[in-house]
Design a protein. Sequence first.
Length: 210
Amino acid sequence: MDNQVFIMDHPLIQHKLTFLRDKNTGSKEFRELVGEIGMLMCYEATRDLPLEDTTIETPIGPAKTKVIAGRKLAFVPILRAGLGMVDGVLKMVPAAKVGHIGLYRDHETLQPVEYYSKLPQDIEERDVIVLDPMLATGGSAIDAVTIIKRSKPKSIRFMCIIAAPEGVKAFTQAHPDVQLFCAAVDDHLNDIGYIVPGLGDAGDRIFGTL
């Protein structure tokens, strides 16, 4: 992969991904795993946030330490499956704001249809991380980033758990300026647009609507 696409091969992420894929994993455990993987991926995806020096008082005396340099983050899950990643990333960055973009896939055309969009009012002051567990055809991710770009945030990153090579190709061609973070790039899409081997429908497995 090029320097636009980052595959997170951390052992903890890969270990949890195995159980996430397992068809015998129930909704409760699946939700917990999505949140945990989201939290670990957020740790990696924010690795290059700039720091600045500050001084605090410890119980023993003054200490020169580091804080994030004034950067504000916003997480924007793509409804509905992206909601499963929100709790995990907020554990890492509790002060971040959360927007929402609602897209559903037309099962005949496989194209995304927008039905909801609500972003933080100060989005132009924030670095945005878009969340969706799956990057299949890439259509929803491409449209979500296009919608967010209209509000001119400082930067945008896209974070998913599993991607298909077709989706990676489509996304990077549509948004060459947006970094893509994922835990795995699988083999291919099947004829109904599902990632193979993937994990099935993430939204259905998160919310128990199988």
